[in-house]
Design a binder for this molecule. Sequence first.
Ligand SMILES: [Ca+2]
Ligand SMILES: [Ca+2]
Ligand SMILES: [Ca+2]
Length: 470
Amino acid sequence: MRTVRMRMLAVLLAAVAGATTAAAPAQAAPKFTMTVLASGLANPWEIVRGPDAHLWTTEKFTGRITRVSLADGTKKTAVTIPDVVATRGGPQDGLLGMALHPDLLRGASTNPYVYVSYTYDADPATDTLLRRQKIVRYTYDKATELLSSPLELISGMPVTIDHLSGRLVIGPDKKIYYSIGDGGKNQYTLYCEPIMAQALPTAAQVAARNWNTYQGKILRLNLDGTIPLDNPVINGVRSHVYTYGHRNAQGLTFGPTGLLYASEQGPKSDDELNLIVPGGNYGWPHVVGRRDNLEYTYANWSAAPNCASLEYSDFTIPASVPQRTETSFFDLRYVEPMRSLFPATPGQNFQDPKCVVDGIAIYPICWPTIAASSAEVYTSTAVPGWWNSVLIPSLKYGTIYRVPLGLTGLIAGEPELLFKTVNRYRDTAISTDGRTIYVATDGTSIATDLNGLPTADLANPGSILAFTLA
Ligand SMILES: [Ca+2]
Ligand SMILES: [Ca+2]
Ligand SMILES: [Ca+2]
């Protein structure tokens, strides 16, 4: 018997050796089946698996925190936050990131806390709206299954209607990590406002609790909102700022050995997967993807003396708008991305006619960016070969990109595309046994159909899909 097996193995090895390409021994691709766990959610933005067999969900538009039963998809509202400001449709303000205290519902927990971030109106006048962002701690009552007693940890963080980022995680060091985007400045309707991603707080601003420079940053906070004493000192100042030079880092996730990763949306190309190191400068708006001058120059519209009289264009830069190449930027703190998802090709056509539908140009759908909306490291061994991979959902393509990180926690292979549907994928959560990947979908806006063309006809709007290993 043993000899027969050995002979068969020898035949197989000979067949492999005789193949024309030296492929690695192929592992059969794991098969998944899709079911809909829940629908009828108002743009679920964060889904996080609780220790109570529920997915805890923030609903961006309604201010609801909803618990969705993993057993049958039943929804229970834990709280409706009254002062959430959220614009329907494409704008990015609203109820965003959420993290559960690691002790929540575990043993005799004295920390029954849930941390959320949302947009509110900082102007007391009723006829004007001043968007700001805050992080609030709620207390969970296991008996009533309700959240109450909101405690503001930090408020007055600068935001607009665009590029809020807003991902919130608690690290293994029990600190809050929080991403704030650049506010979508220097483009579209905000094209005359300067990007603040490279601006750093002064000591006087920190003392005055003035967080105006916090756009385009990843922050690190104590669980009470104060500045950790071991935060990096950048330009002589310690603040909440952990890293800077970010555009729209909607994904933040820790790996199994404590490394912190962020996914980040690029402008037309080069969404990034970054390894986050304290005090790092991730380059925006001077560099997107690698520092290679490939189909990107920083056009600073906000610095044009006649900015207000210019008409913003994604494709044509007027002579009065200062421009800088990527390689003219140099900073000792600069950190290159681990991976670009995906770079432009030289001479890339950013006005692909296939993305003009019924006379309406929806060019961004045809750009190389995937619109990375989150990031989560898969740490189970249930799916063969997936341990220490980062799962990155795509808004544009209704796909999860799995990027293998391997033993070192660095890039260990090409991205794999998973779970394509005609939806916008917003966030993920993973079951305790590692066999199911839950994916939250947006309620509205543009995705791609099965031919890669723009469509607003979403298959499962406002839902949580479950992809389970067959
Ligand atoms: Ca999540
Ligand atoms: Ca970068
Ligand atoms: Ca580049």
